[in-house]
Structure formats: structure tokens, C-alpha cells
Design a protein around this ligand. Structure first.
Ligand code: ADP
Ligand code: MG
Length: 339
């Protein structure tokens, strides 16, 4: 349905989208997940033909969005991050204007508009000026504009930003309803939201695609293995050397702490419990472990790790960032908790 090939977008020297490649299949709900600045809006703007790419191509049902924009755009309804609303129009006038832009035949306009107004529950405010509507209602008007004409693909950029919890639930229900007949792509910087509604998650970080799978598989593949955290008085290289001979380890991250203490985060292979082996390995080398703790890795952790890779390599960041005193106090608290 949509093919994105080798997509690159540069703003001056800044690489906002870095060689993105993915395919969107019909009839599913896709979530672009990534922190602010990851490149989600830029990607959506390119996919919908609002912005040119520096390199690469986007095919909508086989039509190149740049070479055949009319044909390609006919398949898409788009709610941008800042919906282009005209404050001095009434809701109805605005949707009539949108229907004209979308070339919905005159004979069908009335019926189409009323249908989407009812769907997003703005029928009773259709005579109100947009400037007098609350943020939640304006968002719905933007959504109505995207859905108008019922295009095959509906793209929504952060559809629930600025909404209250009740409105968020309503939007989710609406998205689920739409997905029965449409392909929906939405973006969000909130993992819980994407996990809740999407069949497929594309995690984007610094313009790159760092993961693409169903929420269940992401959780299984990346989040289901437990992690053992240890601390010892030894160099990072010594710690690595000891761990090298312990079977059942998937991955090791080490970081130097204060006073010659090294922290290591050890991801187990699935189904292994390596705590005793680690204890024995360090004991055999005469290196006493100061702590040894099992941590369950959640999808949240995976998301944080994937999207913050080159700022902080592991989960010890919190402690390292703190000033000496505060860090010591936290350490003391943790020790107290372990007794
Ligand atoms: P997201 O939607 O994931 O928050 P954006 O696509 O808005 O990310 O932005 C990606 C990166 O590109 C950010 O670093 C942002 O500052 C930059 N950026 C976005 N739009 C522009 C622009 N018009 N000019 C220059 N830089 C931009
Ligand atoms: Mg954005």
C-alpha cells in the first residue's frame, strides 16, 4: 500500500530522516514511535507530499508522491501536527472548503460532511466558529478533515496531544473503528499509547528506524529477557574478562562508577538464570561482588535503550548524571533496602 524507500531529509546540515525503509500494508494500524525530534513529523510530511525529500522515494499504491501527487494524494487523509484550521470559518464552512479541495463531487458533499461530523461527534457544533472551540474540539475538526471522503490511508500526527484523558479514549476508539475499513498510521512519543492501539510499531530514533514489529514480538524479542545488575571493585576490562567465560549471557554493558567501582548490566539469554554462575565466576577470581540484582526488562526499557543509545549506553545513567553527594545518598538508600 505504501512503500518508503531509502528516505533522507536534510535541513541544512541536519539529518532529520536518515535512510528510512519500510512498507505499510493495507488494513492495519501502524504506530511511529519516537522521542520528540526523532523525525516522525518530517517523515509524515514527506509521505503525504507536503515536503520534498532530499533522497529516496515514497510510493502510494504504486504512485510516486512527487511525480504523481494528485493520484497519490487521493488515497490519503492527513492530520498534521498543527492542523491547518481557519479560525474565522464555522466547522461546516471549513469542512465544505476541505471537501472542495479533496474534489468530493458536489452531489455527495453534504452527505459526506454530515457523516464525518457524526463520526467524530462534532455535528452539534457545526455552526460554531472554529476559534471559539476548545482544543479537543479543534482536534476533532482536524480529524474530520482527514477522514473526509474516506480515503484508504489515514495518517495522524500525534492525534492525542493536548487532549484530556476522556478525549484520548474517544480518539482511540475512533481509530480502532477507522481501522476496520482503512489503513491508519499514527505517531506518538508515548509508548503506552502506541502499544494500546497499534498492530505494528516502527520505532524511530534520530531519523533512523531502530525496530519494526508487532508490540507482542517487540516485547518477546527484546523485553522478555531478564537483566542482572552487578557492582564490583574492578576495572571494566576485568569485569568483561570474567563474564566472558560465563555461559548464558546475551549482552554486557559496563560503566565506571565512583571509587573504582564498576557497574555491569548483563542481559541473560532467554530462559537462563545466570545469577549463581556469575557469583561463582567472580568468587573464583577473588573479586567480591558488592551487589547482584535481577531486573525485569520491560518494553519501556527497550524503548529507552533504543532511542537514547548514544547519549547513555545503559540504565546506570541516572546515577552517573547526579552530583557526588546525591549519588552517594541514593547508593546508601539502596544498600539499606538490600539489608
Ligand atoms: P518529531 O516529529 O519526531 O518530533 P520532527 O520531524 O519534527 O521530529 O523533527 C526532526 C528533526 O528535524 C528535529 O531535530 C527538528 O528540530 C528538525 N526540523 C524539523 N523541521 C525543521 C525545519 N523546518 N527546519 C529545520 N529543522 C527542522
Ligand atoms: Mg512531530
Amino acid at each position: 500500500m505504501i512503500e518508503v524507500r531509502n528516505l533522507v531529509k536534510k535541513y541544512g546540515n541536519h539529518l532529520a530522516v536518515d535512510h528510512l525503509d519500510f512498507t505499510i500494508e493495507a488494513g492495519r494500524i501502524y504506530g511511529f514511535l519516537g522521542p520528540n525530534g526523532a523525525g516522525k513529523s518530517t517523515t509524515m510530511n514527506i509521505m503525504t507530499g507536503y515536503l520534498g525529500a532530499t533522497e529516496g522515494e515514497v510510493l502510494i499504491d504504486g504512485h510516486d508522491i512527487l511525480k504523481e501527487p494528485e493520484e497519490a494524494k487521493r488515497h490519503i487523509g492527513y492530520l498534521p501536527e498543527q492542523p491547518p484550521l481557519y479560525m474565522d470559518m464555522t466547522v461546516r464552512e471549513y469542512l465544505e472548503f476541505a471537501a472542495e479541495l479533496k474534489r468530493i463531487p458536489r452531489s455527495k458533499r453534504e452527505e459526506s460532511i454530515t457523516e464525518v461530523e457524526k463520526l467524530v461527534k462534532i455535528h452539534d457544533v457545526e455552526e460554531r466558529l472554529i476559534k471559539n472551540l476548545s482544543k479537543g474540539y479543534r482536534q476533532r475538526v482536524g480529524l474530520a478533515q482527514a477522514v473526509l471522503g474516506f480515503p484508504e490511508i489515514i495518517i495522524l500526527d500525534e492525534p492525542s496531544v493536548g487532549l484530556d484523558p476522556k478525549q484520548i479514549i474517544e480518539i482511540r476508539e475512533l481509530i480502532r473503528k477507522l481501522s476496520k475499513k482503512h489503513t491508519v498510521i499514527l505517531s506518538s512519543h508515548i509508548l503506552a499509547e502506541v502499544r494500546e492501539v497499534c498492530d505494528h510499531i516502527l520505532i524511530i530514533s534520530k531519523g533512523r528506524l531502530v525496530a519494526s514489529d508487532t508490540p507482542e514480538n517487540l516485547e518477546k524479542m527484546l523485553g522478555d529477557a531478564d537483566t542482572v545488575e552487578i557492582e564490583a571493585h574492578a576495572d571494566p576490562s576485568e569485569i568483561r574478562a570474567v563474564l566472558k567465560h560465563v555461559p548464558g549471557i546475551e549482552q554486557v554493558t559496563v560503566a565506571s562508577g565512583e571509587d573504582g567501582v564498576t557497574l555491569a548490566k548483563i542481559r541473560e539469554k532467554r530462559g537462563e538464570d545466570i545469577r549463581e554462575r556469575i557469583f561463582q565466576a567472580f568468587a573464583a577470581r577473588d573479586i567480591p561482588l558488592l551487589t547482584l540484582r535481577l531486573e525485569h526488562v520491560s518494553l519501556e526499557d527497550v524503548f529507552m535503550e533504543l532511542t537514547q543509545k548514544d547519549t547513555v549506553p545503559d540504565a546506570f545513567s541516572r546515577r552517573k548524571k547526579k552530583d557526588g553527594d546525591e549519588a552517594k545518598r541514593e547508593e546508601e538508600d539502596e544498600n539499606a533496602g538490600n539489608l
